[in-house]
Design a protein around this ligand. Sequence first.
Ligand SMILES: [Zn+2]
Length: 251
Amino acid sequence: MEEETRKTNSNKLICPVCSAVIDNPDAERCENCGADLSTIRSLENFTQTLLFEARNDIRQREFENARIKLEIASTLDEKAEITSRLIGAEIDVLNHQYQKAQAIYEEVYESGFNSSPWGIDLESKIAELKTIIDIEFAAKEHYNLALHRSREGFFEEAREELYKASDLAPYIAETYLLAAKVDLSLGAPSAVFDDLVRFRQLCPDDPRGISMQRELENRNHKSHILSNQFIFAVCFIAFAIAVLIIIAFIK
Ligand SMILES: [Zn+2]
């Protein structure tokens, strides 16, 4: 019963002593038990400020700062917990973690909320995420097909599947890593370079992207050395022939 009251009155103050719902927004004392409400009011104001700042951090894409503020807010004030979770789900969406976000929206919706405190209709949000997750699933199927085709040596077909995957879900980094390998097999070094740039934009710290880029640079370096050696050999032979001709001429 108490839980129900809290849910339906999520914007109203609850007396910390007797749990009565305080209807008057300016009341200094609880109408039921007379408890002083100033401390809980300043705590509420503080958590509201934290939540507001967390949303600002998200706009600046400072997700770590936002997460810390959300955690403090939900620890200080249990009423802020649902709001914190919904704001956290916004971070998940921006990080393309759609399933994680959808799970949060569904849990909040199933616990009896229809909209977020800032007015987002949870049902339509869940439906919207479902569409995105379906598209992502289709992209992953194209990726898997590309993986099979490339293992069988059908690189052209693999490349086509990877284009489809990246058109549907351009944020999936694995697509570009496989594309780099496929483009390497197709003998398209500039395409490999572009693929690796995309991969490293999405996963700057992933060692696979870094090591593949090094491998590519080594290859270029080696082919450079080889071409230098070739030019040297040609010059040497030309010089030797010239010397032989001169000697034959003198004789
Ligand atoms: Zn009270």
